[in-house]
Every structure is written in C-alpha cells, then in structure tokens.
Design a protein around this ligand. Structure first.
Ligand SMILES: CC(C)(COP(=O)(O)OP(=O)(O)OC[C@H]1O[C@@H](n2cnc3c(N)ncnc32)[C@H](O)[C@@H]1OP(=O)(O)O)[C@@H](O)C(=O)NCCC(=O)NCCS
Length: 168
C-alpha cells in the first residue's frame, strides 16, 4: 500500500492510501463485487494504520481509500479530482453555501465543497438525512484547501480530502 502524505495536523487522525491491501484483510460476504471488496479491504487496511479510537469513518474513491479515527465523532471523504457541474449545486448546498462556492477562487472549489459536505454528513451519522441538511460555513481559503466551521479540505496530487475538525 502507498500512504498519501496528509497535512501535519491531520496525522494520527486520518490516512489515505492506494495500492493493494494486505491479504489478511478479508471483506465480509456482504461485499458482492470485486470493486466493493477491494474498497472495503483498502479502507479497513488504512484504518489499521491509525491508533484505536472510539469513532471511525471510511471513504473510497478508486484507486484511493481513506480512514479517520477520533475520540469524538469524525468524518472523512476522499474524491479523485474531476469536473463538477454548477447545475447540481442546489442538490447538496443551501443557497448561502452555493453562493460561497461560486465566489470561491480555489481551483476545484465545487469539489472541495462536495467533499466537505460528505465528511460533515458522515460525522453526524444518522442525524441528518441529506447533504443539503448538513450545514457547513466557509471560514477561510488556504493555498490548497478550504477551512469550514466543522471541516477542512486539502488537495493533494489528484485527490481532494476532507476531514472534520476535532472541535466540531
Ligand atoms: C452515505 C454517503 C455519505 C456515502 O458517500 P459515498 O461518496 O457514496 O461513499 P464513500 O466511499 O465516501 O463513503 C462510504 C462510507 O461511508 C460510510 N457511511 C455510509 N453511510 C453513512 C452514514 N449515514 N453516516 C456516516 N457514514 C456513512 C460507510 O463507512 C461507507 O463505507 P463502507 O461501506 O466501506 O463501510 C452518501 O451516500 C451520501 O452522500 N448520502 C447522503 C444523501 C445525499 O444527500 N446525497 C446527495 C444528493 S445530491
């Protein structure tokens, strides 16, 4: 497996990997396709590399998988960079969030917002039904990512990764 280098402040809480998971990580029978078995195995192999904590979150975006662990609820999302249509914004962003996303000058800003929403949604496991009902507020733009009230994003190589903030 290859480990993707994440921001210093994320280390020990989050990990993104690609490549082949070890043979002793075996997917359950409920994973019926090769793709599903591979993503399950890769995300669980990633999680093994983090210290045990009370909460865990997983994400997959072929050929990558991600895991995050924390003592408080945590959410992670990884997305291979691809074009995002502005036309779909209203499906997952509130009007205020969509305005912030359109005004954001960061490259692939819409995908940063999508990724941030997915991570924030996962952190609230079961509390919110849709991404749109999961509020995020953008606070700052960095060189390669965005800071929201509950989540941060970073672009690394061909992926964007979002991780909820421990204080959120
Ligand atoms: C649940 C959801 C966040 C999964 O995201 P995804 O991009 O399909 O997949 P990812 O690989 O990033 O994440 C999958 C992991 O999320 C986790 N997960 C699934 N449902 C979850 C939930 N309700 N809360 C927290 N985590 C969840 C699982 O661990 C899963 O991995 P696993 O099946 O290997 O255990 C996604 O289905 C979703 O966005 N649902 C909200 C509905 C919505 O608003 N959709 C958008 C409309 S435009």
């Amino acid at each position: 497996m290859n480990v993707i280098e994440l921001p210093e402040s994320w280390r020990g809480r989050a990990i993104v990997v690609s490549g082949e998971p070890p043979d002793d990580v075996v997917a359950p029978d409920s994973c019926r396709t090769d793709k599903r078995r591979r993503e399950w195995r890769l995300s669980r192999a990633a999680a093994r590399l983090l210290p045990d904590r009370a909460y865990v979150s997983y994400s997959h975006s072929e050929p990558y998988a991600a895991a995050a662990k924390d003592d408080v609820p945590v959410g992670i999302d990884v997305q291979v960079i691809r074009p995002m249509s502005e036309r779909a914004l209203h499906l997952y962003l509130s009007d205020a969030e969509a305005a912030a996303a359109r005004a954001c000058m960061l490259r692939d800003a819409l995908l940063h917002f999508w990724c941030a929403k997915e991570a924030a949604f996962k952190r609230r496991f079961g509390e919110t039904v849709t991404l749109k009902q999961t509020p995020i507020q953008m606070l700052a733009q960095r060189d390669h990512g965005l800071v929201f009230d509950v989540v941060e994003t970073v672009a690394i190589g061909d992926v964007i990764v979002a991780l909820t903030r421990p204080t959120s």
